[in-house]
Design a protein around this ligand. Structure first.
Ligand SMILES: Cc1cc2nc3c(=O)[nH]c(=O)nc-3n(C[C@H](O)[C@H](O)[C@H](O)COP(=O)(O)O)c2cc1C
Length: 382
C-alpha cells in the first residue's frame, strides 16, 4: 500500500472513491440527525493528555487481554453488517488482517461471508456477534454453529431490537447485492475494482441466514428482514437463556446506562461493551466515551468493561483505556481500510492505530499499557 496513507482519514477518503455509494453511505452514517454519531468522535477530541518528559521509553508493551484472551493491543474489530459489500469477501479479508495483527475479529450475524466461510480462512479463533431473532431455533443454531466453528467469544447485541433510521439507506435503496437501477449502474461504472472483486466471488448475500432459515430465500434488504425477523421482545430472561446455551465468554454489547450495566453484571456475562452502535440507533443518546467513566465506576470491579464508538486513532484508544476500558472495538476505521485496500487496507488501519497508541503512550510517560490510568489525562478527566 502507498506509504503516504498515514491516517484513518486517508483510508476513509480512498474508500469513498472505491466503494459503491450505497455501501459507503451505509458505513458513514448515523441515525436521524447523526448527532450521536458526531458526538462519539467530538467528545474524544475534547480530552487532553498530560505530556511527560525525561522518562525511559524503551521496551514498550501494548499486550493485554480482552474477554480473557491475549491480544497484541486492546483493539478488536467490531461486528459490522454487510462487510462483504465494502469489498468482495470483506469479512474473510478483515479476519485475516486481524489474525496477523494479533487482535480479535468479530463476525456479525448480518455478514456476507458465513461463520463457516471465515472459519475456513483463518487458523486462530474469531468472535461471533448474535442478533436475537424471533425464530428461537435459528438463534440456537447460530450459537451452535459459532461453537462448532471454534469461535472463542459470543457478542450479544442488545441495542438493535428495532432498526434505527438512517436516511441515506432509504434514499439509496440499500440492498445486498445492489439492485441494478439506472443510478446504481452509473455509480458502479465508476467503481471497476469493486465490481471485478464481486464478479470473482460467490459471496454476495447474507450467508449466515440464506439457506439457514426456513422460508427466507432472499434477504436483499436488511431493513425489511430486520423488521420481520429481529425480535423486539428481547429481554433479560432471553439474555439469561443465551448465557446458559453459550459455554464460552459472553460479551453484552450496547450498554449505555448504569442501571442496564447492573443488569448485565447479574447475567454473569464476562464483559460488556459501552456502545451506542456507532450512533446508528438512538440519536440523542450520549457518546460512548462520555458514559464510559460512570459505567466503569459502577460495575468496573465486577465485569470487564469494553467500549466502542468514535475511535479514529490510537490516541482515542489510549483515552478510552485511561478512562477505564479494558479494550475497545473499531467499526468504521477498519471498514474504510477494507474499502480502500482490502486485506492490506485493514492491516494498514491496524498498523496506524498501533503506532499512534504506542507513541502516545510513550509521550505520556508509560512503557506498559497495563500501567495506564486516568492520571495520563488532564482535568476534568484526570
Ligand atoms: C456499517 C456498520 C454496520 C454495523 N453492523 C453491526 C452489526 O451487524 N452488529 C452489531 O452488533 N453492530 C453493528 N454495528 C456497530 C458496530 O459494531 C460498532 O458498535 C460501531 O461501529 C462502533 O463505532 P465506530 O464505527 O465509530 O467505531 C455496525 C456499524 C457500522 C458502521
Amino acid at each position: 500500500m502507498d506509504p503516504t496513507i498515514t491516517t484513518i482519514e486517508d483510508l476513509r477518503r480512498i474508500a469513498k472513491r472505491r466503494v459503491p455509494r450505497m455501501f459507503y453511505d451505509y458505513a458513514d452514517s448515523g441515525s436521524w440527525t447523526e448527532g450521536t454519531y458526531r458526538a462519539n468522535e467530538a467528545d474524544f477530541a475534547a480530552i487532553q493528555f498530560r505530556q511527560r518528559v525525561a522518562v525511559d521509553m524503551t521496551d514498550r508493551s501494548l499486550a493485554t487481554t480482552m474477554a480473557g484472551q491475549r491480544v497484541a493491543m486492546p483493539v478488536a474489530l467490531a461486528p459490522t453488517g454487510m462487510t462483504g459489500m465494502q469489498h468482495a469477501d470483506g469479512e474473510i479479508l478483515a479476519a485475516r488482517a486481524a489474525e496477523a495483527a494479533g487482535v480479535p475479529f468479530t463476525l456479525s450475524t448480518m455478514s456476507i461471508c458465513s461463520i463457516e466461510d471465515v472459519a475456513e480462512a483463518v487458523s486462530s479463533p474469531f468472535w461471533f456477534q448474535l442478533y436475537f431473532m424471533r425464530d428461537r431455533a435459528f438463534n440456537d443454531r447460530l450459537i451452535d454453529r459459532a461453537a462448532a466453528a471454534g469461535c472463542s467469544a459470543l457478542v450479544l447485541t442488545l441495542d438493535l431490537q428495532i432498526l434505527g433510521q438512517r436516511h441515506k439507506d432509504i434514499r439509496n435503496g440499500l440492498s445486498a447485492p445492489p439492485r441494478l437501477t439506472p443510478s446504481t449502474v452509473i455509480d458502479l461504472l465508476t467503481k471497476p475494482r469493486w465490481c471485478l472483486g464481486m464478479a470473482r466471488t460467490q459471496r454476495r448475500t447474507f450467508r449466515n441466514i440464506v439457506g439457514h432459515v426456513e422460508g427466507v430465500g432472499d434477504t436483499r434488504s436488511i431493513s425489511a428482514w430486520t423488521s420481520q425477523q429481529f425480535d423486539p421482545r428481547l429481554d433479560w430472561d432471553d439474555v439469561a437463556r443465551i448465557r446458559d446455551r453459550w459455554k464460552g465468554p459472553l460479551i453484552l454489547k450496547g450498554i449505555l446506562d448504569a442501571e442496564d450495566a447492573e443488569k448485565a453484571v447479574a447475567t454473569g456475562a464476562e464483559s460488556l461493551i459501552v456502545s451506542n452502535h456507532g450512533g446508528r440507533q438512538l440519536d440523542g443518546a450520549p457518546s460512548s466515551i462520555a458514559i464510559l467513566p460512570e459505567i466503569v465506576e459502577s460495575v468496573g470491579s465486577r465485569i470487564e468493561v469494553l467500549m466502542d464508538g468514535g475511535i479514529r486513532s490510537g490516541q482515542d484508544v489510549l483515552k478510552a483505556i485511561a478512562l477505564g476500558a479494558k479494550g475497545v472495538f473499531i467499526g468504521r476505521p477498519f471498514l474504510y481500510g477494507l474499502g480502500a485496500g482490502g486485506e492490506a487496507g485493514v492491516a494498514r488501519c491496524l498498523e496506524i492505530i498501533r503506532k499512534e497508541l504506542d507513541m502516545t503512550m510513550a509521550l505520556c510517560g508509560h512503557r506498559n499499557l497495563l500501567d495506564v490510568d486516568r492520571s495520563i489525562l488532564r482535568p476534568p478527566h484526570g
